[in-house]
Design a protein around this ligand. Structure first.
Ligand code: AMP
Ligand code: GLY
Length: 419
């Protein structure tokens, strides 16, 4: 098969690694990809948000399968446009991607289909938000409805804090993303993420992970895209996993199919494991970053075959095999991230990892000079995945690898997957 992969980050490097390793793949083209991905496929300089450019590229190269990595083009309707032009594209339609693109859409869908979640009120004025906040006594969560790069959520401790956050969002702090907001009941418990392939009707467990969203050790500092992850998610037991599939993923898939907006692709379910059972915190319409960097290395089955079965509607006949090992990925970010940071600093020593079978290095934001010098070009720059028989071994493989990388302008958390 000729596969076209859209995206350029660490998640897409992991996807490229899996797709290139598939027995079904003859050729991999990546738009735009990165220097690090050039050893896995041919990179073509079309940006992931250039929908017209991507469509023209697909028309020109006629891929057998298009895989969309990031959420923005999915929410903007790339899959609908590719399908209308006759291309097979893996990922949800624009309407189904609203599960991530609009938190109100997701909450209302869960409500209609009886899926466990915190209480919520959709608000588009400060008056309705203030009433909803007062009804919860101030312990609530304020969320911008639209995509806000992970920054549109405020977990409030008091009514004043909640009302102020709501006011700022409605005043346009996140642009149009916050013109509608949600006031949610604040629930408690450990968090975990479950991934599922959904073909409209059937759903198949596609791994679990636990993310580390805060920038610094001890879960301190600002929220980020993710500073590290472990798979499987330590607290998501086999029973809980089955419960999430039965009570959340399957009813949602069936409900969306019945309403004429079937979900096709990978569904990312962000969960809180409360005393009364798992509840939905959020959905994403794609693999996570850096969750892909721990899930895909554990997948023993062929990813391209699984994606093909998702498009064919034959997931009901498929089962996936997983490695028993644990994977831990630690993100190396530029100092300053998620705020302002310098670009262009030199990273040395990554060749020390060549040939190691307990470590995979995924690049999230690097470039390579003509003389081979590796440079940082993004906020999150490297994701170093360690693989081991248990959490401790996987963790030490990742941190041991990081100790051999020389990058004074970078930092990482030292407590990813620590107890
Ligand atoms: P989200 O972007 O919706 O995943 O929210 C970001 C973070 O806010 C989550 O990872 C949770 O830690 C927290 N959060 C979101 N919704 C709630 C809620 N209803 N109750 C408690 N914490 C929440
Ligand atoms: N790591 C969180 C996300 O991909 O949304």
């Amino acid at each position: 098969m000729k596969c076209l992969l859209i995206g350029s980050g660490g998640r897409e490097h992991a996807l490229a690694w899996s797709i290139a390793g598939s027995a079904l793949t003859d050729e991999l083209i990546i738009a735009p990809g990165s220097a690090a991905m050039a050893s896995l496929g041919t990179c073509v300089d079309v940006a992931a948000d250039d929908l017209d450019g991507l469509l023209a590229l697909a028309d020109r190269i006629q891929p057998d399968l298009v895989v969309v990595g990031p959420e923005a083009p999915l929410v903007a309707g790339l899959v609908d446009r590719l399908e209308a032009a006759g291309h097979a594209a893996f990922g949800p339609s624009m309407t189904a991607a609203q599960l991530e693109g609009s938190k109100a859409f997701a909450r209302l869908a869960c409500d209609r289909h009886g899926i466990p979640q915190p209480g919520f009120t959709v608000c588009d004025s400060l008056e309705t938000a203030t009433v909803a906040i007062a009804a919860l006594g101030g312990a609530c969560v304020i969320k911008a409805d639209g995509l806000a790069a992970g920054k549109g959520v405020v977990v409030a401790d008091s009514e004043d804090e909640a009302v102020q956050a709501a006011g700022e969002m409605l005043d346009g702090r996140f642009g149009d993303a916050g013109r509608t907001l949600l006031v949610e009941e604040r629930i408690n418990g450990p968090e975990a993420s479950l991934f599922a392939l959904v073909d409209g009707e059937h759903a198949l467990f596609m791994g679990s992970a636990q993310d580390h969203k805060r920038a610094y050790d001890g879960d301190e500092g600002p929220n980020t895209g993710g500073m590290g992850a472990i798979s499987p998610a330590p607290r998501l037991t086999a029973e809980l996993q089955q419960q999430v599939m039965d009570e959340i993923v399957l009813p949602l898939a069936k409900g969306m199919a019945d309403e004429g907006t079937p979900y096709r692709g990978i569904l990312y379910v962000g969960l809180m494991l409360t005393e009364t059972g798992p509840q939905v915190i959020e959905f994403n319409c794609r693999l996570g970053d850096p969750e892909a960097q721990v899930i895909l290395p554990r997948l023993r089955s062929d990813l391209v075959a699984a994606m093909q079965a998702t498009l064919d509607g034959t997931l009901g006949h498929l089962s996936l095999r997983w490695d028993d090992a644990t994977a831990v990925t630690v993100v190396m970010a530029a100092k300053g991230y998620p705020g302002a940071y310098e670009k262009g600093s030199v990273i040395d020593g990554t060749h020390n990892l060549d040939g190691r079978d307990d470590v995979i290095l995924f690049h999230a934001g690097t470039s390579v000079d003509p003389d081979g010098t590796l440079r940082a070009t993004g906020g999150r720059v490297l994701a170093v995945t360690g693989i081991g028989a248990d959490r401790e071994l996987a963790r030490s493989a990742a941190y041991d690898a990081i100790s051999t990388i020389d990058w004074p302008e970078g930092f990482c958390r030292s407590d990813i997957a620590a107890r």
